[in-house]
Design a protein around this ligand. Structure first.
Ligand SMILES: [Zn+2]
Length: 322
């Protein structure tokens, strides 16, 4: 593939640079200024993006995003550098990197202060505190792995396949800590049943994780399978709520973060609708290549749902201690 760019030299004459690429390797740069022509090699950093038609086959995943692709970069350094120029994975990366950093900040102590002011009794039970921090850690891992995947998925085919599996691991982490923390607070008066359900949730998570390691679950063709599998894992966290509601009515489930769980579920549902339908880029091709594509909306809604659930856990803690 050859690219040309026009530039101006000191004496005002226009020059043309032709750059030949083979994969990500820049082979030769021919520079001509006026009548003079010379062949030189250069280490100039070229940050241009390419269109769908120029992508290698393995990078053709979402046919509704037509422009703004990074080249196959073959370098983690080049992938990290892509955090600072515009391409169609930039928002996917930052939309999960920023909340991951916020959760990291919470772990590093800001959250402690908030809790100290919120609670009448500042000596919160260590197990309660740890449960919320486990949720923060699990969510941070999910967001961090997702951001890492989107940042580096232009490295190479083999690396992108491995990193995609890490993205699935992160999702399993996120759903597991959500279910476990919800059950922990909801069944805090019945430790035996709580342990039974948390073992059940973690076993389901392990089964889902193992199923996601199979090569056949990747790619757009298996998108619905992945959606329904992760949905089933989420619903496994609702089993204890349903059980207690049937046995004891509304009073029995008042320690579960019900309202926040429902709001989180709505965010996840809306995000999944964007993910599955590829709206709006399917309706308006090329308009949302860089900003506002369905996967970006999906990311924002997932991060929002996760944050709402964290507020729900805080509320559950306040119900216990205030
Ligand atoms: Zn993603």
């Amino acid at each position: 593939m050859t690219e040309t760019s026009v530039y101006t030299v000191n004496d005002g004459r226009k020059g043309v640079t032709s750059t030949c690429f083979q994969g990500t390797q820049e082979l030769e740069v021919n520079t001509s200024v006026g009548y003079q022509t010379s062949a030189i090699t250069t280490t100039n950093i070229i940050q241009q993006v390419i269109d769908w038609d120029d992508l290698p086959r393995w990078m053709r995943i979402d046919p509704y995003i037509r422009r703004g692709y990074r080249r196959e970069l073959n370098s983690f350094y080049a992938c990290l550098r892509s955090l600072f120029y515009l391409h169609n994975e930039l928002i996917n990366t930052w939309s999960h990197l920023i909340p991951a950093l916020v959760y990291l900040a919470m772990l590093m102590g800001f959250d402690v202060k908030i809790f100290r002011y919120d609670l009448k009794d500042s000596t919160t039970c260590l197990a309660d505190w740890t449960t919320i921090q486990i949720y923060v850690v699990g969510t941070m891992i999910c967001l961090g792995l997702s951001a890492f995947f989107h940042c580096t998925n232009a490295h190479s085919e083999a690396m992108a396949n491995r990193l995609l599996k890490l993205d699935y691991v992160g999702i399993c982490f996120s759903i597991s800590v959500t279910n476990v923390s919800s059950t922990y607070f909801g069944l805090r008066d019945d430790p035996w049943l709580r342990n039974v359900y948390n073992t059940f949730c973690l076993t389901c998570a392990l089964a889902v994780l193992l199923s996601m390691m199979a090569p056949g679950v990747d790619g757009p063709g298996a998108a619905l399978f992945r959606v329904f599998t992760f949905l089933a894992l989420m619903l496994s966290g609702c089993v204890p709520i349903l059980h207690i509601f049937i046995m004891q009515g509304y009073e029995g489930v008042e320690h579960f973060p019900l309202m926040h769980t429902a709001l989180m579920g709505l965010c996840y549902l809306a995000g999944t609708c964007f993910y599955v339908t590829h709206w709006p880029e399917k309706r308006w091709p090329t308009t949302f290549d860089i900003w506002g594509a369905s996967h970006q909306l999906f990311h924002v809604l997932i991060a929002l749902g996760q944050f709402i659930f964290l507020l729900g856990l805080r509320n559950a803690l306040l119900v216990v201690y205030t």
